[in-house]
Design a binder for this molecule. Structure first.
Ligand code: ADP
Length: 676
């Protein structure tokens, strides 16, 4: 392939690491970790990724494998004299720009996140283990090496690149000849005696390296080879040992087991082996995972090995998260992120699908319409859902842990697609006024509902505490009605598709006209006299409501006039007990919370329809009412209205609309109070 036309590169240059990378290197180099050995698995994992990438590219561009190195492999080499350990792969390599981008100048979001984790935990021993998870594993080489040289060539280029650094803030780049495909990393190992806390490992010892590969990289899908040197006494023609003369024999060994674990019989695999495979294959060294090893027979035969990791990756909800399963055909990787297999809401599931029935060079476009793949996908989705069900019904604690990690994903499944509602609604968990300790499913809420309660009530707020103090909760609490607490920002969006559950509508305590229904009140009043109440209770209540709206009409009209089009309406509330006012929104359209979230996310701007509700039994409101009825000048009532409106805004977590005007009016009201 001809090299791309680009701006001319200098042949040799020195560059500075980005500030965050510099900080990271400083920690890696100067902290005394005993877990230094992890550098090896990080570099081998990178090599394995590079081989994956090359293999996938070769499906569409087979000529890149038609050189003298068709076998994809990783090789290790120890040079005791030079004190170097070299890790080579014949994978995809890197262009000049890619080297700069991947290792050095451009700070990756992972460096920053990793630094934050280190800072939080004051970088303890085990934190360094996380380095690979944040996409900065390469730098772990500097735990053991005083100098690192990387030579690489991309199939897109004619010239290779040499990158070299002592980890001291700068690195050198040079365009060089490189004849072998892929990347070679030479580690000039630190002299252990100079290190304050030498580890027991000698990384120049071939058996140490062999054991480390067995321990950390046994399940890498490519052979990891190393030359083994054994010294033997030289023998003469007759087979007699010649004293004082040694010969070195060299044998190449493959250090890892290459047979894919998913092809083995389930009965033969121990749980620890699955987990070890999971860690090594998905570079998730800390977490454990739940395992599904599935075999599909029938029209399409396949094997799948799926994992539900115990801890969500840090970037699960950001756009740079690589979702999708790995797709293999007869042990050959054909796609590393096949998103067609599992729905988006299960993107946290990691795994492998291997089907001999799939064609090797299947394209992404073809995959989207591939019937076999759809069948496999449907089967896998069902199996994962069954697994979640099993946790929910039989291991609740475990399910709650999974929910903590992936609840957002499952909720996303409901609010983005209505068709998922039925499938997923029973997996939702919410905090509830019923119990401080236990989360509740919708089903459990409904089971607890008094027979006569019609709706499922919920309240939206950042924390349990906030919700419990909301004015809108006052009457609900008095009546002892159970309320689900929507404390996650996305919870309220659920209601866009989840209007009802088993025929009961979901009703916000801050929206629309709150109706508890006669019957609920009756529940509370079971012992009170009921005579004559029953028949026309609904009508009576409505009539009463109308009457009170009528009674306060002059006041509410005046208040509406004072607030103009900031609000749609002022009305007498049936949800307040001790607060004078609260803001609610219409039962349709956006709520105040949704308006705020969309504004924060710069996602269009839709306004909620605000309604100011007043508590006719509150002293302030009574006083305002009396003043209006007496026909006293309106200025005072207007001031109070604006203050009350702003108070309601503050309770909602909104800013004051005009702080200066607010303070002025506040002072006026205080002066007024002094006079009386
Ligand atoms: P991660 O591998 O988690 O992304 P690293 O810091 O280990 O983070 O590596 C950074 C990037 O450098 C990799 O994503 C890859 O693009 C590139 N890279 C590292 N090692 C190799 C290699 N042996 N061959 C090709 N590219 C590599």
């Amino acid at each position: 392939m001809p090299p791309k036309a680009k701006a001319k590169k200098p042949n040799k240059e020195t560059r500075n690491f980005e500030a965050e990378v510099k900080k990271l290197l400083d920690i890696v180099i100067h902290s005394l970790y005993t877990h230094k050995e992890i550098f090896l698995r990080e570099l081998i994992a990178n090599a394995s990724d590079a081989l994956d990438k090359l293999r996938i590219l070769s499906l569409t561009e087979p000529e890149i494998l038609k050189d003298d190195e068709p076998e994809l492999l990783i090789s290790l080499d120890i040079d005791k004299e030079k004190k170097t350990l070299t890790i080579s792969d014949n994978g995809i390599g890197m262009t000049y720009d890619e080297v700069v981008e991947n290792i050095g100048t451009i700070a990756k979001s992972g460096s920053k996140k990793f630094l934050e984790v280190l800072k939080q935990n004051k970088h303890t021993e085990s934190d360094i283990e996380l380095i690979g998870q944040f996409g900065v594993g390469f730098y772990s080489a500097f735990m053991v090496a005083e100098k690192v040289t990387l030579m690489t060539i991309s199939p897109k280029e004619k010239m290779g690149v040499k990158w070299e650094s002592m980890g001291d803030g700068t690195y050198n780049l040079e365009a060089v000849e490189k004849t072998s495909r892929g990347t070679q990393i030479i580690l000039y190992l630190k002299d252990e005696s100079e290190v304050e806390s030498p580890s027991d490992e000698n990384f120049l010892d071939q058996y140490t390296i062999q054991n480390l590969v067995k321990k950390h990289c046994n399940f890498i899908n490519y052979p990891i080879r190393m030359n083994f040197y054994t010294e033997e006494s030289e023998k003469d023609k007759d087979g007699k040992v010649i004293e004082g003369k040694n010969v070195t024999t060299v044998t190449e060994k493959t250090l890892n087991e290459i047979k894919p674990i998913w092809q083995k019989d389930r009965k033969e695999i121990k749980n620890e082996e699955y987990l070890e495979f999971y860690k090594q294959h998905f570079h998730d060294w800390n977490a454990s995972a739940d395992i599904l090893h599935l075999k599909g027979e029938g029209a399409t035969e396949f094997t799948a090995l799926l994992f539900i990791p115990s801890v969500a990756p840090y970037n699960l909800y950001s756009p740079d998260y690589n979702s999708g399963l790995e797709l293999y055909s007869k042990n050959m990787l054909i796609m590393s992120d096949c998103q067609e297999l599992l729905p988006e809401y299960l993107k946290f599931v990691k795994g492998i699908v291997d089907s001999a029935d799939l064609s090797l060079n299947i394209s992404r476009e073809m995959l989207q319409h591939n019937r076999q793949l759809r069948l496999i996908g449907n089967y896998l989705e069902k199996k994962v859902i069954d697994k979640l069900k099993e946790f929910r019904d039989k291991k609740r604690k475990k399910y709650e842990e999974i929910w903590k990690e992936y609840g957002k994903s499952i909720k996303g499944g409901i609010y983005t697609e209505y068709k998922n509602k039925e499938k997923l609604q029973d997996f939702l968990l919410f905090e509830s006024s019923h119990s401080e300790k236990n989360l509740s499913t919708l089903k459990e809420y409904v089971e607890r509902m008094p027979e006569k309660q019609k709706d499922i009530f919920y309240a939206v707020g950042e924390t349990r505490e906030y919700i419990e103090n909301m004015p809108q909760m006052e009457v609900v609490k008095e009546k002892g009605v159970e309320v689900l607490y929507f404390t996650d920002k996305v919870d309220e969006f659920l209601t866009q598709n989840l209007h009802e559950y088993e025929g009961r509508s979901l009703q916000s305590v801050s929206r629309g006209d709150l109706k508890f229904g006669d019957d609920q009140e009756e529940d509370k009043d079971t012992n009170a006299e009921k005579d004559g109440k029953d028949e026309s209770k609904d009508e009576k209540e409505n009539a009463e409501k109308d009457k009170s709206q009528e009674k306060y009409k002059k006041l509410t009209d005046l208040m509406k006039e004072a607030l103009g089009d900031k609000i749609k309406e002022v009305r007498v509330s049936n949800r307040l007990a001790s607060s004078p006012v609260c803001l609610v929104s219409d039962s349709s359209g956006y709520s105040l919370n949704m308006e705020r979230l969309m504004k924060d996310a710069n996602q269009g701007f839709m306004r909620a329809t605000k309604i100011l509700e007043i508590n006719s039994e509150h002293d302030i409101v009574e006083n305002m009412h009396a003043m209006v009825e007496k026909g006293e000048p309106n200025g005072h009532v207007k001031n109070q209205t604006i203050l009350l409106y702003n108070q309601a805004l503050l309770i909602e977590g909104e800013k004051l609309e005009d702080p200066i005007d607010f303070s002025k009016r506040m002072s006026e009201v205080m002066i007024e109070a002094l006079k009386t």
